[in-house]
Ligand binder design. Structure first.
Ligand SMILES: C[S@@+](CC[C@H](N)C(=O)[O-])C[C@H]1O[C@@H](n2cnc3c(N)ncnc32)[C@H](O)[C@@H]1O
Length: 255
């Protein structure tokens, strides 16, 4: 799966359906009448596209990623400045004038220390944070297979591997982030936003199963190739739910 433009574009319609509409509306409101939004780990700009039509025309975006090729695609969206930055260096973020910080499918890659640093930074600046689609560890298929459970366990273990910023939070990302923001006095709301991958999204389903099997195998699960072959063969006749969480954290001073 990785972060290829092809994978990001396969998942974007499913992400869009999964996002919680009420939390998105609250995030739009939190961005204020003159929105300047900083999106962390923007990829090709899916968060900007998810906000499209909800913001005034003069809204501005700062899009941050460490992958220049993805940013090159995002650049074409207009209304945005792109920044090739490693999120390890939070002090380098262009926060001047920013009214809301966003992220999508990012927190599960990050470490608890990184989240604590982000919370401290946003608390200091009094800026709210909206993070959509953090994986929460739940994977379910209908019909189920006996190996779904051990594969899921191994995949979740793999999700906790270091992705460059310390041990990744993986399935704990939303819970840990919500606790950290709440401790800093933010008002935190969240919604469960599972992917619902049905017969309309079989290409994504097959790609996802390949990625899960590879990660589970690297984490020590056995028979992942057999599992993947069976799952891929059933993709057009099965429903897959992958658990995610959206969170919104608003600073104490926010009206
Ligand atoms: C799963 S993708 C999500 C992309 C986009 N937000 C979306 O929802 O389609 C994670 C993104 O985070 C970026 N990323 C991961 N680690 C990063 C880091 N240390 N610094 C900057 N960007 C990073 C990746 O390049 C990738 O674009």
């Amino acid at each position: 799966m990785g972060f290829s433009p092809e994978w990001l574009s396969l998942r974007e319609p499913v992400d869009r359906q999964a996002r919680d509409a009420d939390l998105l509306a609250q995030a739009v409101k939190a961005a204020g009448p003159d929105p300047v939004i900083l999106d962390l780990g923007c990829g090709t700009g899916s968060t900007l596209r998810a906000f499209a039509g909800h913001l005034p025309d003069h809204a501005r975006w700062h899009l941050v990623d460490n992958d220049p090729d993805l940013l090159q695609i995002a650049k074409n969206l207009g209304n945005c400045d792109t920044h090739v930055l490693d999120l390890a260096d939070l002090q380098a973020l262009p926060l001047q004038g920013v009214t809301l910080v966003t992220a999508s499918a990012l927190l599960d890659l990050m470490s608890a220390d990184w989240v604590d640093s982000l919370v401290a930074l946003l608390a200091d600046k009094g800026i709210g944070f909206y993070a959509a689609l953090s994986y929460d560890g739940v994977m379910q298929w209908d019909p189920a297979l006996p190996r779904d459970h051990p594969v899921t366990e191994a995949f979740n273990q793999h999700q906790r591997n270091d992705k460059g910023l310390g041990p990744a939070l993986g399935p704990d990302a939303a819970t840990v982030a919500m606790d950290a923001f709440a401790r800093a006095g933010f008002t935190v709301t969240h919604a469960s936003t599972p992917w619902r991958i049905d017969a309309d999204h079989t290409d994504m389903h097959r790609e996802l199963v390949q990625g899960i099997a590879q990660a589970a195998s690297e984490a020590g699960a056995s028979m992942t190739e057999d599992w993947a072959r069976t799952r891929i063969g059933m993709a057009s006749d099965s429903l897959c739910l992958i658990g995610h969480q959206d969170i919104l954290a608003l600073p104490p001073t926010h009206s």
